[in-house]
Design a protein around this ligand. Structure first.
Ligand code: GGG
Length: 326
């Protein structure tokens, strides 16, 4: 069976790490057909559109999508792409790997981020000169769906600790609804869980990440807390993610386009390759996903390493080392 994979490198280092993930997938004994689509700053400068209709169709029709990174046009690219694949959950694991100089070597967290609403709904306006507003949308349906997904994820992946992140003491209506709904899901299942104010949670995650497992979050909180957790494990070059819908999914590193190093060929491909491992799991190739994760882990431990991890290897050299270890 051939699996059609949409490949959308996007901007900056997305152009460098996305081919790395494709190289790894091509080295496996799985039949993929890759279809490339354009998106981002460069295509907007050329055509006026950051996410051309053709790219939307490629992603909608594929069995899964690999996306690299968004730059200045992030809001016009990554948010609509997540809608194209109808993804309601953004799964972001943050794990410490042996052999890296991590701030917190005992980190094994997974952020389950609501992916459709909150302030990322994009309802912003300038109501008068010097005054802007942003409407934060939280619905019972989306909150229930993400909480269900989070509790299922914890059970299926053997995480004992589930935490519901919120700021209901200030955003009483919106996060009040998120919290009440997520707690009702936990109570219905008879599941153990904690709740945590997201600001205090940020501090506790920095000091004691080992106390946490699955963290169910509203959209913006999930984006921010997962970047914070990247800092605990060695940087953004290490965090993969899956945007999961009912029938489709998109896989992307948590990092952005990194314009400071784009074009130098030294971006860490680990986050992108680990995202490809999540794609393999999603398509039912869990053994192949494990092989890829094992090869990445060995490469992170024994090298070669890119400059963000204290080495001097190129993206290509690290990718070759991962492929050799498969
Ligand atoms: N590959 C992920 C990416 O391009 N991230 C940049 C970004 O702005 N992300 C915002 C988000 O994940 O919602």
């Amino acid at each position: 069976m051939t699996h059609e994979i949409a490949v959308i490198p996007g901007d900056g280092i997305g152009q460098e790490v996305t081919p790395a993930a494709v190289d790894v997938l091509e080295a496996l004994d799985v039949d993929f057909a890759f279809v490339e689509g354009e998106a981002g700053d460069a295509v907007k400068a050329e055509t006026g559109e950051a996410l051309p209709q053709e790219t939307r169709e490629i992603a909608a029709d594929a069995d899964a999508t690999l996306f690299g990174a968004a730059g200045e046009t992030a809001a016009d690219v990554i948010l609509p792409l997540r809608q194209v694949v109808d993804s309601f959950a953004n799964v972001r694991p943050a794990i410490s790997y042996p052999g890296l100089d991590a701030v917190q070597p005992d980190t094994d967290l997974v952020f389950i981020r609501e992916n459709t609403e909150g302030v990322y709904k994009g309802i912003e306006s300038e109501i008068t000169d010097g005054v802007t507003t942003c409407t934060r949308v939280i619905t019972e349906d989306a909150s229930e769906k993400i909480a269900d997904f989070g509790f299922d994820y914890a059970r299926q992946n053997d995480y004992d600790d589930v935490t519901i992140a919120h700021k209901a003491n200030v955003m009483r209506e919106t996060d009040g609804l998120f919290l009440d709904t997520a707690e009702a899901v936990g109570a219905d299942r008879g599941a153990d869980y904690d709740t945590a104010l997201m600001d205090a949670l940020a501090m506790h995650l920095v000091m004691h990440p080992e106390d946490y497992g699955v963290v169910i979050c509203p959209n913006l909180a999930g984006d921010m807390l997962s970047d914070l957790a990247a800092g605990l494990v060695g940087g953004l070059g290490l965090l993969p993610s899956a945007n999961v819908g009912e029938d489709n999914a998109l896989f992307e590193p948590v990092h952005g386009s990194a314009p400071d190093i784009a074009g130098e060929g030294v971006a860490n491909p680990a986050a992108m390759i680990l995202s490809a491992a999540m794609l393999l799991d999603h398509l039912g190739y869990e053994d192949e996903g494990d092989r890829v994760r094992t090869a990445v882990e060995a490469t992170l431990e024994d090298g070669p390493k890119t400059p963000d991890l204290g080495g001097s290897a190129s993206t290509e050299a690290v990718t070759e080392a991962v492929v050799d270890r498969l």
